[in-house]
Design a protein around this ligand. Structure first.
Ligand code: KE4
Length: 428
């Protein structure tokens, strides 16, 4: 594999874009080397600027669950574009996708579309604060809910990848209202409630964490959060930007059988175009402008192109009765293959998996929270990442990310991936 053109493109980009990228995790800072510039993609494959074909395990960090350039989404965007790209006025299309999303996801009556997962989570927290008249929130170290100030405290994903989980620029005033607990630690959350019994508007959590690698909830953890929220009249926000429409039609609420009070979405919901959303029962959504006083707005919210892409995506997922089982089985196949290779070595490892989310950690500690996720051997991870890249496998360029399998991946692709791992295992 050679990357001359990606290197040249990266140099040019660095002259005009901070770090040469529009989102830090793309810069390969954690793993070193030159970021890959992609030209096009189809199905499970990326084609980079040097025309290398790569099997894709990030799926644009989740959205491309049906594979890249999925025909019905492309057609929907193309035909919609001719009708005009944005009006700043309501369209019937927004009602159509809202009705379908509400039919697919449990415990929601109304949904507001925005333009990113960050905007969805930021707005959901404001709505929770407005509806409860309380100011504090609880988040979990290593969880990432986008780059809104309130969340950049012990955040995961790119924030922790670059060693700045608590970002400069976040004021003390903001930080004081964000309480922190370790993921999977119910006692720590109970402790916060006993310290602030009437001040916590919401808990916001990734019901399956994907920004510390993949970390499923321990048995009883989410159930415990649900009962603490009921006891203290605090709202439980499931950040399903990653898990929504990926783990099941109804996301983590459906798969894990836990009822959230507010749910946020992004990624898959937009079919690859910029879409986020937050949703709840009407008793909560009635506080949101223009019905209620909690303000939230957006020029391109409900944009017809993005709605057309998202609707085509949801229609495909809703019509396919075994897509989620298929994806889970492919992910299990990958898990078993990687594990079989690792078992021939003395390399300490953990593999975490749920549905089509999976991650490999080079540590002998069970990875259940940020601290144990951070105990992984980064040098091994970086050798693994670059070794697999050389074999034509594109993995997340950070140990603090989950892989996202897509339905276009064939069993041959997964076997190819496992064989690539076999080839490089002695080099990591
Ligand atoms: P966006 O603003 O990036 O659309 O969504 C923020 C967000 C919110 N909640 C969860 C659970 C998320 O995972 C994300 C964004 N995910 C990262 C990947 N870890 C986006 C990739 C990036 O930052 O470039």
């Amino acid at each position: 594999m050679q990357y001359q053109r990606s290197s040249a493109l990266f140099k040019a980009a660095q002259n005009v874009i901070p770090g040469g990228v529009n989102s830090p995790v793309r810069a390969f800072k954690a793993v070193g080397g030159t970021p890959i510039f992609v030209e096009r993609a189809k199905g499970a494959y990326l084609y980079d600027a040097d025309d290398n074909q790569l099997i894709d395990y990030i799926a644009s960090w989740g959205p491309m669950i049906l594979g890249h350039a999925y025909e019905p989404v492309i057609e929907a965007v193309k035909s919609r574009a001719y009708l005009g790209t944005s009006f700043g006025m309501p369209t019937a299309l927004e009602t159509e996708i809202a009705e379908l999303a509400i039919a697919m996801v449990p415990n929601i009556d109304k949904i507001r579309f925005v333009n990113s997962g960050t905007e969805a989570c930021m707005s959901a927290v404001r709505l929770a604060r407005g509806a409860t008249q309380r100011e504090k929130i609880i988040k979990f170290a290593g969880c990432y809910h986008g780059h809104s100030d309130a969340f950049l405290i012990q955040a995961g994903s790119g924030a922790v990848t670059f060693g700045s989980p608590s970002s400069p620029g976040v004021t003390k005033g903001t930080a004081k209202d964000t309480l922190l607990a370790p993921y999977n630690n119910l006692e720590a959350v109970a402790q916060l409630f006993s310290e602030y019994p009437h001040e916590i508007a919401a808990i916001i959590i990734e019901p399956v964490a994907g920004n510390m690698g993949c970390i499923p909830p321990n048995a009883g953890f989410l159930e415990g959060l649900r009962s603490l929220c009921d006891q203290y009249e605090t709202l439980l926000i499931f950040d399903e930007v990653m898990t929504g429409f990926r783990l099941a039609k109804g996301g983590a609420q459906e798969l894990l059988g836990i009822k959230a009070d507010l749910v946020t979405f992004g990624k898959v919901l937009g079919g690859g175009l910029p879409v986020g959303a937050f949703a709840a029962k009407k008793e909560i959504m009635k506080h949101l402008a223009p019905d209620g006083p909690v303000y939230q707005a957006g020029t391109l919210s409900g944009n017809p192109l993005a709605m057309a892409a998202g609707l085509a995506m949801l229609q495909a997922l809703n019509a396919d009765s075994d897509i989620f089982d298929r994806l889970a089985l492919k992910t299990e196949h990958l898990h078993e293959g990687l594990e079989a290779v690792l078992k021939t070595t003395h390399i300490p490892y953990q593999i975490n998996r749920l549905g089509s989310m999976i991650s490999l950690h080079f540590t002998d500690e069970k990875v259940v929270d940020f601290e144990t996720a951070a105990s992984g051997n980064n040098e091994k991870f970086n050798n693994y990442f670059h070794g697999m890249l050389k074999e034509g496998i594109y993995l997340p360029p950070s140990a603090f990310e989950s892989y996202f399998l897509n339905d276009a991946l064939s069993h041959e692709d997964i076997d190819f991936t496992i064989n690539a791992f076999k080839k490089i295992i002695d080099t990591i």
